[in-house]
Design a protein around this ligand. Structure first.
Ligand code: HEC
Ligand code: HEC
Ligand code: HEC
Ligand code: HEC
Length: 186
């Protein structure tokens, strides 16, 4: 039973197949200098920047974390693992193809352990519900105003609408607001 629960928990976090890169976002701008990379890949994970191998830290199976230094210009990350590969292009600098600036979230190199913990050797959330984690930095009273008429009980899965590791999108929305609402309202 315990093993099953652990599997379910892992399944929730690392459920989708194939490697994925969450930060930086595909076709976004970054400031030249240090760039933090967040992704997931199971199996024999390998990451390259502009064709050169990058050392990856993996705090738990399937988790990909790295930091690279980039100079101004176009760059490409390739992450391979079980299920294939994923590519992300980003431009270090101020203008390229109208791409938007990637804003890491939370900003300022906040540690993964603000939200995550390794439980039974697997990557998991630090707490069973997200809202209290988010509200260590975001005003809880503001939540109902912004998300009216819902409370955090109804909109418990913040990541269904927001990119939790940052994005180039306004208020880090994954989709148009109207589409986000249609997850539940027709
Ligand atoms: C502000 C809170 C927060 C911080 C800080 C954070 N994460 Fe996450 N992370 C989340 C949330 C929320 C999810 C989604 C959980 C879910 O889908 O159930 C997630 C999911 C993940 C996943 C699984 C994604 C998937 O779709 O398979 C990985 C891997 C991950 N985080 C890595 C990291 C790493 C590495 C760091 C530090 C560099 C980090 N996270 C920092 C909130 C955070
Ligand atoms: C159904 C989709 C949805 C879910 C789920 C959701 N949000 Fe939002 N959130 C939004 C939308 C839409 C906006 C932008 C509101 C606007 O611009 O009118 C927003 C805005 C925000 C903002 C920015 C407020 C500002 O300063 O403008 C924060 C912070 C936020 N949400 C936090 C959260 C947290 C924390 C959770 C989970 C407990 C969450 N959201 C769950 C849709 C969602
Ligand atoms: C360590 C503090 C911290 C934590 C924890 C945190 N945030 Fe944030 N978040 C911030 C800061 C600071 C900003 C403003 C960043 C900026 O201006 O780019 C922000 C911005 C946002 C925005 C976009 C608001 C805007 O004005 O564009 C959303 C949405 C958001 N956070 C959701 C979440 C969710 C969901 C969680 C929990 C999974 C969470 N945050 C946890 C610090 C935090
Ligand atoms: C996770 C499912 C879910 C999502 C996503 C969602 N809602 Fe709701 N909504 C509910 C539920 C459940 C209620 C009933 C009241 C409650 O429990 O908060 C509700 C009630 C409402 C109501 C009150 C009137 C009514 O129909 O009962 C409005 C207006 C509303 N939602 C608008 C929105 C908007 C706008 C969005 C997108 C930003 C949105 N909802 C996204 C689940 C959701």
């Amino acid at each position: 039973m315990v093993a099953l629960l652990v599997l379910l928990q892992l399944g929730m976090l690392l459920g989708q197949d194939g490697p994925a890169l969450f930060a930086p976002a595909h076709e976004s701008l970054m400031a030249p200098g240090a760039v933090r990379i967040i992704g997931r890949a199971t199996g024999k994970a390998a990451l390259t920047l502009d064709g050169k191998p990058v050392t990856v830290a993996s705090p738990a199976p399937g988790v990909v974390m790295a930091e690279v230094k980039v100079t101004e210009g176009l760059h490409e990350l390739v992450l391979t693992g079980d299920g294939g590969e994923t590519k992300v292009s980003f431009f270090a600098g101020k203008e390229h193809n109208g791409w938007k600036m990637f804003r890491p979230h939370p900003p300022g190199g906040v540690g993964c352990d603000t939200c995550h913990a390794v439980k039974n050797g697997e990557w998991a959330m630090k707490r069973a519900t997200l809202a209290p984690l988010c509200h260590t930095c975001h005003n809880a009273e503001q939540f109902t105003k912004i998300h009216a008429p819902h409370n955090t009980g109804t909109l418990v899965d913040c990541q269904n609408c927001h990119f939790q590791h940052g994005s180039a999108a306004k208020t880090h929305l994954r989709m148009e607001k109207a589409v986000a609402c249609k997850q539940c309202h027709s």
